[in-house]
Ligand binder design. Structure first.
Ligand code: NAD
Length: 504
């Protein structure tokens, strides 16, 4: 549980958003928000009590009957308005992301743009809600399916994409006619309040979108609440498992996306410079704090030496600094504790038998929560640096002799979020796509995040539940099906018939 603090005087306060307005917390429990580039506390955020979570749920419940009858045409029109406002004001929210998360501004803008694509997908909600109709299944009888919203649904989100991951959830949830309660990460919660204000400005009725901040107390209140029909979660695997088990045991629908350990296989026939560019971009972009980051390169055969050399040459050129500085390519980590945890993998690597080829603790900026990129060689299963999700700018290399050994490593890993192969051999790439146990696969693409009209999700310990987020599976998750059998007979033909209804 996050440590709560006494309120220092004069700090910016981040409140809940309930029923269309900011709502100050009453618990007296608050969490600190830092500027990771300076290491100084910039604000503090209210932590909700179960009663405050209930107020948000009641606001969402009260808004549901009127929201679900808003026509598809009006909902689509509203989503076009949301899209326009988000597009116009994307730099504003990107600056908030950089200030609280630390990622560089260009990366923050990229996050907003990828989230915006989900909003754009939802502009097509009239088409997405279309169902099926079978005429004359029996004489004078028609059957059709309809999809209806669930009611009040909730989203619980991680620190690393404070705008985009909530968009994966609230956009399809609301477009489908549900009302929504968001519990964002307590480490960088301001983007969610910015979003609430924007949705209000766009014309989303009060109570349709609510935000409660907090820690385990707020999450548990969401999971226990009898009026919440479904929970979407994105975060680390232990919490994802807990959220899935708790929510489903309370009868809720749940999709819980967890952590990752994404491997990138480089075959000897790959273009080594291209593979090195991809590995450096995917391992160190956003300081490695992406669930789709590449954290492990698997170098096959004679690819290893030139690849490692090419990665080593690129690392000193990565510009690490304050995300607001246009020259920076990589910002700080989210907190001091996380920075120290990530650094501990570099510290411990030699003791485990791995080699530190580049030590990112050297030359890191002293103020703020900075590390530079690190590169470890001879990282093997059984080592902490191999087994754990490091979630920072530390790239490990494992050397193997064959493709079969490489794919075995990927498939034996408990996570199955993203993976990539670099090769010029189409046949091997196709075999990889066929064999690999992961939900998102890149062929010469290191970060294969699906576009908004496909769905995002991993396999194994990277996803609990059977529906991926956004895209067509997002629409399925936030709606439930109903099948109607209908006939309009001539009353004169009516008679009692106790037999089981048949179509022939
Ligand atoms: P986290 O699991 O610590 O927190 C996620 C959410 O759970 C937050 O809202 C947090 O307040 C809440 N939470 C934390 N501890 C809790 C507890 N004990 N009980 C109940 N709720 C709790 O994750 P994080 O550090 O914010 O984010 C990083 C993690 O998220 C990484 O593991 C990363 O791989 C994962 N992630 C996964 C995806 C994906 O799509 N699979 C996407 C982004 C991030």
């Amino acid at each position: 549980m996050t440590e709560t603090i006494e309120a220092p005087v004069g700090l910016k306060q981040v409140n809940h958003w309930i029923g269309g307005r900011p709502t100050a917390g009453t618990s007296g429990r608050k969490g600190p928000i830092y500027n990771p580039a300076t290491g100084r506390q910039a604000a503090e955020v209210d932590f909700a009590t179960p009663e405050e979570v209930d107020r948000a749920v009641q606001a969402a419940k009260a808004a549901f009957p009127a929201w679900r009858v808003v026509s598809l045409a009006k909902r689509a029109e509203l989503f076009f308005r949301i899209r326009e406002l988000l597009h116009e004001r994307r730099e504003e929210v990107a600056r908030i992301l950089t200030a609280e998360h630390g990622k560089v501004l260009s990366d923050a803008l990229g996050e907003v743009t990828r989230g915006l694509e989900v909003v754009e997908f939802c502009c097509g909600i009239p088409t997405l809600m279309k169902s099926e109709y079978s005429e004359q299944v029996s004489s004078g009888i028609d059957v059709y399916s309809i999809r209806q919203p669930l009611g009040v649904v909730a989203g619980i989100t991680p620190f690393n994409f404070p705008a985009m991951v909530p968009m994966w959830m609230w956009a399809p949830a609301i477009a489908c006619g549900n009302t929504f309660v968001l519990k964002p990460s307590e480490k960088d919660p301001s983007a969610s309040i910015w979003t609430a204000e924007l949705l209000k400005e766009a014309g989303v009725p009060d109570g349709v979108f609510n935000v409660v901040h907090g820690d385990k107390v707020a999450v548990d209140a969401v999971l226990e609440h009898p009026d919440i029909a479904a929970v979407s979660f994105v975060g680390s695997t232990p919490i994802a498992r807990y959220v899935y088990e708790t929510a489903t045991s309370r009868g809720k629908r749940c999709q819980a996306l967890g952590g990752a350990k994404n491997h990138m296989i480089v075959l000897p026939d790959a273009d080594i410079d291209m593979a090195a560019d991809a590995a450096v971009s995917a391992a160190y972009g956003s300081a490695g704090e992406r669930c789709m980051a590449i954290s492990q390169v698997v170098a096959v055969g004679h690819a290893a030496e030139p690849l490692i050399e090419a990665i080593k040459q690129r690392i000193p050129k990565v510009k690490v600094g304050d995300g607001l500085d246009p020259g920076s390519e990589m910002g700080p980590l989210i907190t001091e504790a996380h920075r120290d945890r990530v650094a501990s993998y570099v510290e411990n690597a030699p003791g485990e038998g791995a080699k530190v080829l580049v030590d990112g603790r050297e030359g890191a900026l002293a103020d703020g929560f900075f590390l530079r990129p690190s590169l470890l060689d001879d990282v093997k299963p059984g080592m902490r640096a191999y087994e754990d999700e490091i979630f920072g700018p530390v790239l490990g290399v494992t050397r193997v002799d064959t493709y079969d050994e490489a794919i075995k490593l990927v498939n034996d890993n408990p996570y199955g979020n993203g993976t990539a192969i670099f090769t010029r051999d189409g046949g091997v790439a196709r075999q990889f796509q066929f064999d690999v146990q992961a939900g998102m696969v890149g062929i010469n693409v290191p970060v294969p995040v699906p576009v908004a009209y496909y769905s995002f999700g991993g396999w194994k310990a990277s996803l609990f539940g059977d529906r991926h987020v956004y895209g067509p599976e997002g629409i399925e998750f936030y709606t439930r099906g109903k099948v109607v059998t209908s006939r309009w007979p001539d009353p004169a033909t009516s008679k009692v018939d106790l037999g089981f209804p048949q179509t022939r």
